[in-house]
Design a protein around this ligand. Structure first.
Ligand SMILES: Nc1nc2c(ncn2[C@@H]2O[C@H](COP(=O)(O)OP(=O)(O)O)[C@@H](O)[C@H]2O)c(=O)[nH]1
Ligand SMILES: [Mg+2]
Length: 358
């Protein structure tokens, strides 16, 4: 795992746990969290502190969980000499690790390059005025060459994407096994559930030309082979310039036969409800609203500790069928940690597969 220092602006302070979960999903280990006031800038004192921390902790990456301007990124990189990702780059890395199709992979690369363009322009500007010292490596010609390369690559990707989309419209690939997509917000327990269900089974990446991602694994339910997908899940406030990449990454959810929506039942009722509704809105937007949905209320082991009955949470979803026009085929309190009710969840999946003849 790569080590990272995390800079968190004040407006995101209430979401630390979610951000940490995103970082883990991106393959990062957070070795220090530094609060910031602004979403786009770091104060002089904080920057000095950061330089000191970098020397101490030797991180591979600094995450600025906000929207720093190119000049700000330049400044921090110059002082710390450590690669910096803003919020967009962190989220794109998560997309990349979950991308399940060639289209998604290209879309994500394009979004990343487009996001980097202003930063490269800033480098060039600084280099021209002689501000960039030797340690930033390449000379001005090299940076300009790189800039042109990136722009050409973007044009090429755009062309290829158009072709891939055409092809997809004409040939929808046939699949031998039902697909179950696991969705939910960060830290709900998607990966834990995915790992528990698929156990030691081999990833199916080699078996299917469509699945390039190790987030697809097969499991046997009653001798029926089922493909489970640990999806990228939902992320709040996706930056507008990467929404298209996000939708492409969620394509595997649209193409799935059944959706398991994992919610953290140990959160407040308000938070559970808010996340459920926001998630349903995303499903509606990508055209997956009428899929058979199983709501998995995860972490009930924590509820027991707080003496809360799962039924107090399940009542929140009593009228979800009606309110949202959903096809809810199960509402199951589970624990991906203790394994409680997992057999019931699998049985529900089996029934849904049979009923929907997927
Ligand atoms: N107590 C408890 N913790 C859980 C359960 N499921 C997941 N977790 C924890 O919740 C955190 C986030 O889980 P993870 O599977 O990474 O969530 P994801 O972001 O949705 O993939 C981890 O620390 C898990 O160990 C559960 O059923 N009970
Ligand atoms: Mg996960």
């Amino acid at each position: 795992m790569k080590k990272a220092i995390l800079l968190v602006p004040r407006i995101y302070r209430g979401y630390i746990e979610e951000i940490l979960s995103l970082a883990t999903t991106a393959g990062l280990e957070i070795v220090h969290i530094m609060p910031l006031r602004s979403v786009s800038r770091i104060g002089r004192g904080k920057l000095e502190e950061l330089v000191y921390l970098v020397e101490e902790l030797k991180p591979d990456i600094i995450i600025f969980y906000g929207e720093p301007k190119p000049s700000e990124i330049y400044k921090i990189t110059r002082e710390t000499r450590v690669e910096l990702w803003d919020r967009t780059l962190l989220i794109l890395e998560i997309f990349r690790l979950h991308a399940g199709s060639r289209e998604a992979i290209m879309q994500i690369e394009m979004a990343r390059l487009q996001h980097l363009l202003p930063l490269i322009r800033e480098w060039i500007r600084r280099k021209r005025i002689g501000e960039l010292p030797g340690f930033m490596g390449p000379g001005i010609q090299d940076i300009e060459k790189y800039y042109r390369h990136v722009r050409r690559r973007i044009v090429k990707l755009r062309k290829e994407l158009r072709k891939v989309r055409e092809r997809r419209r004409t040939t929808r690939e046939k699949r031998r096994y039902p697909h179950v997509a696991i969705v939910g917000y960060a830290s709900a327990g998607k990966t834990s559930l995915f790992n528990l269900i698929t156990g030691e089974s081999k990833p199916v990446a080699e078996e299917f030309f469509t699945t390039l991602s190790p987030k697809h694994k097969a499991a046997l339910i009653d001798s029926q082979k089922v493909i489970f997908i640990d999806t990228v899940g939902f992320i709040r406030d996706i930056p507008p310039d990467i929404v298209e990449a996000f939708n492409a990454t969620l394509e595997e959810t649209v193409n799935s036969d059944i959706i398991i929506f994992v919610l953290d039942a140990s959160e407040s009722k308000e938070s559970i409800q808010e996340k459920f509704e926001a998630g349903i809105n995303v499903l509606a937007k990508i055209g997956a609203l009428h899929h058979p949905i199983i709501i998995a209320l995860n972490k009930i082991d924590l509820l027991k500790k707080k003496n809360i009955e799962p039924s107090q949470i399940t009542t929140l979803f009593k009228s979800a069928h009606k309110d949202w026009g959903l096809n809810i085929v199960g509402l199951i309190p589970i624990s991906a940690k203790t394994g409680e009710n997992i057999p019931l969840l699998l049985e529900t999946i089996r029934k849904a597969i049979k009923q929907n003849k997927v």
